[in-house]
Every structure is written in C-alpha cells, then in structure tokens.
Design a protein around this ligand. Structure first.
Ligand SMILES: [Zn+2]
Length: 219
C-alpha cells in the first residue's frame, strides 16, 4: 500500500487505516522538500525519498533516503518533516555531525519554524509558538534554534542562517569554525554561554511573550 508523490513514496501498509494521513504527508513532503532545497540553493534529489511507519518517536530521518514516522504520529504534527528535510540536504559524515550537533540541529529547527505553514512549526500544539521560558545551552532544538536566530540578529544579516547552512554543507570543520570567528571574533561555545548569561537583557522582555517566528525572521 503506497502513496506516490513527486519526491517521495509512502508505504503505509503498517497502518492501512491511515491512508488519508499518508496522502497528506506525501503532499506536504513534496511541497516542503522543494521549499527547503530551494531556500538552501541545493539541487533537488534525483530519487524519491522512501517514507514508512515505524516505532521511532516523532518523525526521524534514518538513512540517506528513508524517513520513518511513528505509528501514532498525530495528523497535525507534520513540521518535523521540514526539520528532517534539512538533514536530507546535508548528508553529513557521522563524525562531523557529532562534533557540530548543536549548530546542525539548531539550523534544522530554525527552518522548521520559518518554513512552516502556521508560523509555529506545524506542531500539534502551541509549544513552539513563543520562545522557551528557560534557555538551555545543551538543548538542541528550541534553545539551539533560538541561539542561532539571535546570532543572525547580532550579525544584522538576514542571509546569516543560509550562510551557516552552507558552511555545514561544506562538511569542512575549519570553514565552519572560521565562520563564527570571522563574524564575531569568538567560537560557538563561547558565544552560547555568553548568550545564556545575558539572555534577559539581550531579548528585552519575558521570552514567553516573544513570538518565535518573529524572533527568527525580524532583524
Ligand atoms: Zn535533527
């Protein structure tokens, strides 16, 4: 049992009762994969991504060409596909990924917000609508994306995240390290600790009152 799209194929035989959902996923995936790849300026994949149900949590990009969705994923929880499409553009070696996991996941979750239809990550609840109350330098997604959005403001450059994504996609550690040093005179680790300490002053008001989409898109 399969739904075929232009850029993906969804084998939903593990959950045949979710045929309508599978159709929605295929349409959403086809739209978002184009938005993500075009935003990053990379050529669209020549082969279809294979999507299937599995026991993983949320949506998870597993192999270079296979996306697995949890059996019980909610109908209105599709934004993770945007996040995983970022990884789909990257195809990173594991060692490079492990060393730079915070910045890589931050970029993926940044685009999840900015490229979502509802401007809050196409998530099943409103948890991604505003900034998180407590910033955590080790939390990869909500804090990680907020931090690089802050750096974008600090650099006063609307093209900043795209440039950062380019450095990640270069898979060259020196290029990525130099990017932060050239822009700010310091490395990522130092910058995030400083931000964590000064966050309240930097953002000016209660984070729970700040729209994440606005924070990510305004300069
Ligand atoms: Zn990820």
């Amino acid at each position: 049992m399969k739904k075929e799209g232009k850029y993906c194929s969804f084998d939903f035989s593990a959950k045949p009762d979710r045929e309508k959902f599978a159709q929605n996923v295929v349409e959403y995936f086809d739209r978002k994969v184009q938005e993500v790849f075009n935003t990053l300026g990379v050529p669209l994949p020549g082969t279809k991504a294979q999507i299937k149900f599995s026991g993983t949590s949320g949506a998870m990009y597993i192999t270079p060409n296979c996306f697995e969705l949890n059996y019980n994923i909610q109908d209105n929880d599709l934004g993770a596909i945007i996040h995983e499409c970022l990884h789909y553009t990257q195809q990173l070696p594991q060692t490079f990924y492990d060393k730079n996991v915070r910045v890589i996941e931050g970029v993926a979750d940044y685009y999840r917000i900015t490229l979502s239809d509802d401007k809050q990550g196409d998530y099943f609840n409103n948890d991604k609508r505003n900034l998180v109350e407590k910033f955590d330098t080790n939390e990869l997604y909500n804090s990680g994306s907020e931090f690089i959005a802050y750096l974008r403001k600090k650099a006063n450059d609307k093209d900043f995240i795209k440039q950062l994504a380019d450095k990640i996609n270069s898979k060259d550690q020196k290029q990525l390290d130099d990017f932060f040093k050239n822009k700010f005179g310091k490395g990522y680790d130092t910058l995030i600790i400083e931000y964590s300490k000064n966050r309240t002053q930097e953002i000016g008001k209660n984070p729970k009152d700040i729209s994440r989409f606005d924070f990510f898109t305004n300069l």
